[in-house]
Design a protein around this ligand. Structure first.
Ligand code: G1P
Length: 304
């Protein structure tokens, strides 16, 4: 196995956003799931902020030909900005302008067919080129008061020279919803991955350490994705290409600091909304009171 040279800092982040979001129908009939709000910002904004916090300045959105809302959101809104400026609504104007800070650019790539996460990442190859990069799945929202999960991983990758995959422990009965890794030598939040399986049944899972949607990857992954055959669900799986990569070089699992909400499910979206409302500087108190009142009115006094 060849020694991997130290990673340069990652600058490019890939956001696969071509999914149909059928779980949230009818809301997602017209609004992409990445645009569903958590309190005052759409889901995609949280992932974008996390990538920028990690040092990324090129954001690559892999989308489909029907989804324009994400591109519109990151585009400049001339008329709206003019109106807000004329009305003297400076605070609101700043919010609209800082969806993307200056110096950060958004690039849109189309995924012509829904052939899986691995295929979506491969579609970003011409923009990423030959440098390490990040992948963020916006469904996985990670809340942390300190540095974001991706920054923690980028720092770890820069010092260890290994690709990094975010992981967290899940209950055994849930292994079928995740990529699951086997690791060795876990120390200081990192352990080298020895095997990786996409959505194994609990009886076949090598552990209960599940992949969360944050990856820092060596560009070698693109070559491997090009020859990866469809796997679980008939899709080209990122997990399968990573399984090949880890036979060639170090790929580490990284237990990030923070709380992850699975906003690809109804309950996860609700949980994230509650958490962000309770942590919001202006809404926190009122939100807590509202939740207490709701529990009282509905007679849910004690939860077993
Ligand atoms: C994807 C990955 C899976 C990972 C999960 C994290 O699955 O394929 O390995 O554990 O994201 O959210 P999906 O949830 O898109 O089916």
């Amino acid at each position: 196995m060849s020694k991997v040279p130290p990673y340069p800092r990652i600058r490019k982040a890939v956001f696969p956003v071509a999914g149909l979001g059928t779980r949230f129908l009818p809301a997602t009939k017209t609004v992409p799931k990445e645009m569903l709000p958590i309190v005052d910002r759409p889901l995609i904004q949280y992932a974008v902020d996390e990538a920028i916090d990690a040092g990324c300045d090129t954001l690559i959105f892999v989308t489909n030909r029907y989804k324009h809302a994400v591109a519109d959101y990151f585009d400049k809104a001339y008329e709206l900005e003019q109106k807000l400026e004329r009305a003297g609504k400076h605070e609101k104007l700043e919010l609209v302008r800082h969806v993307l800070p200056s110096g950060v650019r958004a690039v849109f790539v189309t995924q012509p067919e829904a052939k899986g996460l691995g295929h979506a990442v491969l579609c970003a190859k011409p923009v990423v080129g030959n440098e390490p990069f990040a992948v963020l799945l916006p469904d996985d929202l990670i809340w942390n008061r300190g540095p974001g999960a991706l920054r923690q991983m980028a720092d770890a990758a820069a010092s260890s020279g290994a690709s990094m995959i975010a992981v967290q422990d899940v209950p055994q009965e849930q292994t079928g919803s995740y990529g699951i890794v086997a690791t060795e030598d876990f120390a200081d939040r990192q352990g080298r991955i020895t095997a990786m399986v996409e959505k194994p049944a609990p009886a076949d899972a090598p552990s209960t350490l599940a992949v969360v949607g944050r990856y820092v990857l060596n560009p070698r992954i693109f070559d491997l994705l090009e020859t990866t055959a469809p796997g679980t669900g008939g899709e080209i799986q990122l997990t399968d290409a990573i399984s090949t990569l880890l036979r060639e070089e170090a790929v580490n699992a990284y237990r990030f600091k923070g709380t992850r909400f699975d906003c690809g499910t109804h309950l996860g979206l609700i949980e994230a909304t509650i958490r962000y409302a309770l942590d919001h500087e202006k809404l926190s108190e009122a939100a807590a009171r509202m939740m207490q009142d709701a529990l009282y009115e509905l007679g849910v006094r004690e939860i077993q």
